[in-house]
Design a binder for this molecule. Structure first.
Ligand SMILES: [Zn+2]
Ligand SMILES: [Zn+2]
Length: 256
């Protein structure tokens, strides 16, 4: 067996030492299935049926930022696939982040794909030719420590499924800020992520190495959004590079 990454070897060894149990119901999972959640538990996660403004959370149409918040912000829409209220959702996100379980990112990507496929993509009237899917980047130090960027795994899987253009490195993180989860309150979370993302002019998408993002609609992928400030700071950088519209797309949204 050839292991492309040390993390794969590590996961293989962990599977031998600790047989995988479903994070939802605890049943023993088949060795052949890379997932950490059984099919019935994955299917028990329900999709969001309504949309809320990325910033003030008032009800809006098709995820569009409300007329008040759009005046001071850059993110045009926010799509949230599911709700954080299901305890399994929270567990999947936490274990993916802090215990380096990359296969959970695939499960999450699959659910996010289904959410878009179940009518949301059609409602937004997206033009596949002008779409670019890109992840919120991690700082390289945290990437090395964790071994993967879960947002990149999700973004890549989405773009493969829908056959949309994908770029892993459209954005660069300028400074290594503290993880948002460590911030004590909403105000410090917002201050923690202002002007920290930059457009990466050497990014690659499709077949060409491109400069600006003129006329592109960017689908900006992350696992979770709290205040919307990370997505908004990325949207500022993407629009500075010419993007026409920036649509944030996350798995879940936690409480403020
Ligand atoms: Zn289960
Ligand atoms: Zn609003």
């Amino acid at each position: 067996m050839v292991y492309a990454h040390m993390s794969e070897l590590k996961n293989y060894l962990l599977d031998i030492l600790f047989p995988r149990r479903c994070l939802g119901c605890g049943i023993l999972l088949d060795e052949e299935v890379p997932s950490h959640v059984c099919r019935p538990c994955l299917n028990s996660i329900s999709f969001a049926k309504s949309f809320a403004c990325a910033f003030c959370r008032s009800p809006v149409k098709n995820g569009r930022t409300c007329p008040f918040c759009i005046k001071d912000n850059f993110l045009d829409r926010l799509l949230v696939a599911t709700s954080y209220e299901n305890p399994l959702t929270e567990k999947m996100l936490k274990i993916m982040k802090y215990r380096f379980v990359a296969s959970l990112a695939s499960d999450i990507a699959e659910l996010m794909t289904q959410y878009l496929k179940n009518g949301v993509a059609a409602r937004l009237n997206l033009d596949p030719k002008s779409l670019l899917v890109t992840p919120v980047p991690l700082h390289f130090k945290r990437l090395n420590w964790r071994g993967f960027n879960q947002a990149e795994i999700i973004a890549r899987q989405l773009s493969n499924y829908f056959d949309w253009d994908f770029a892993a490195n459209t954005l660069k993180r300028a400074k290594n800020k503290k993880p948002q989860a460590d911030m004590p309150d909403r105000y410090s979370r917002i201050k923690n992520v202002q002007n920290i993302f930059k457009f990466n002019p050497a990014h690659q998408h499709g077949k060409s190495i491109d400069g600006p993002l003129t006329d592109k609609t960017v689908v900006l992928v992350d696992d979770i959004s709290t205040t919307g400030s990370t997505l908004n700071d990325c949207a500022r950088a993407l629009k500075g590079a010419g993007a026409k519209e920036v649509i944030g797309f996350v798995f879940a949204r936690n409480k403020i």
